[in-house]
Design a protein around this ligand. Structure first.
Ligand code: SF4
Ligand code: SF4
Ligand code: SF4
Length: 271
């Protein structure tokens, strides 16, 4: 049975947490949370690092009543334990001017496929819309970041050097008649594509993935492959991790090369 109540320091009191949908709660849901905090809590809420709303000072015997109110008001209680945790997201391209990808939509799809899955230990996952990395996805077990891969269209280039000047990591070099990029340096921010007024840089939209804080070198150009990488990582973790072992510890013990090999041979990761 899923556990929804986390014990407090104060005897007899528990904290209960409510899910947001990739960081979003409707005003109606907030009103329900307000009602619950007034009736069953201590009149305040706490925001968790996983974009949940917690109500502390709840008594165990009120759980059934809280569950009924939640079911009637489209509010979901967040389960505790060794599971795939709620997937967090920034507002992404639908709202943020810097956004490259629709972070909440991707987070919801990951949640739909893997949310709440029981695992050897918890897995945290977050989606951030661009290299600004507001969600600090590298501090999650699995992180997804919106990315742009610039492609050069030589016929349109006037070799003005604007792209080289704006590149924050000095990945582009422009001389009189040559344009070169160091893809190992490029952080896929897309600034060069935005600044070029001659359509000499075409930006492919894609994703960079972090596993246990380490970025995979490949640029992932398909959303479906993002989901496949996450599915394969969780399957591998479920099969190979020791009980209560975190993803990073499993990689420390076994290395990540076997998982990478699976992803490469299934053609989920480009070579
Ligand atoms: S990560 Fe990028 S898209 Fe997401 S909120 Fe920050 S700046 Fe906006
Ligand atoms: S900004 Fe555009 S036109 Fe200028 S050097 Fe870069 S690619 Fe060429
Ligand atoms: S995408 Fe960003 S980091 Fe990469 S070359 Fe362009 S400006 Fe530089």
């Amino acid at each position: 049975m899923k556990n929804f109540l986390s014990k407090q320091r104060q005897a007899g009191f528990y904290s209960i947490r409510f899910k947001s949908s990739a960081g979003r709660l409707t005003t109606a849901q907030l009103l329900t949370i307000h009602e619950l905090a007034e009736k069953f809590g201590a009149g305040f809420i706490h925001l968790t690092s996983r974009q949940e709303v917690a109500i502390p000072f709840v008594r165990q015997e009120t759980l059934t009543e809280i569950e009924k109110i939640c079911a009637a008001n489209d509010l979901e209680i967040s389960p505790l334990g060794r599971i795939m945790k709620i997937v967090t997201a920034c507002q992404g391209k639908a709202i943020c001017p810097s956004g490259i990808i629709d972070s909440p939509a991707i987070a919801r799809e990951i949640e739909r496929r893997q949310g709440g899955r029981e695992l050897p230990n918890k897995i945290t996952c977050s989606v951030t819309g661009c290299p600004n990395n507001c969600m600090k996805v590298n501090y999650n077990d699995i992180g997804i970041k919106g990315a742009v891969e610039p492609h050069f269209v030589a016929d349109n280039c006037i070799y003005c050097g604007g792209c080289a000047k704006i590149c924050p990591v000095g990945a582009i070099e422009v001389n009189k008649q040559t344009w070169t990029i160091n893809r190992n340096k490029c952080i896929n921010c897309g600034r060069c594509v935005k600044i070029c007024k001659k359509a000499a840089l075409r930006g492919a939209i894609g994703y960079k993935i972090y596993l246990a804080g380490e970025i995979l070198p490949q640029f992932i150009d398909s959303e479906e492959n993002v989901y496949k990488i996450i599915d394969a990582t969780l399957n591998y973790f479920a099969e190979h991790a020791n009980p209560r072992e975190r993803l990073s510890k499993m990689f420390e013990r076994l290395g990540s090369q076997n998982l990478t090999q699976i992803l490469l041979s299934d053609k989920i990761l480009p070579k």
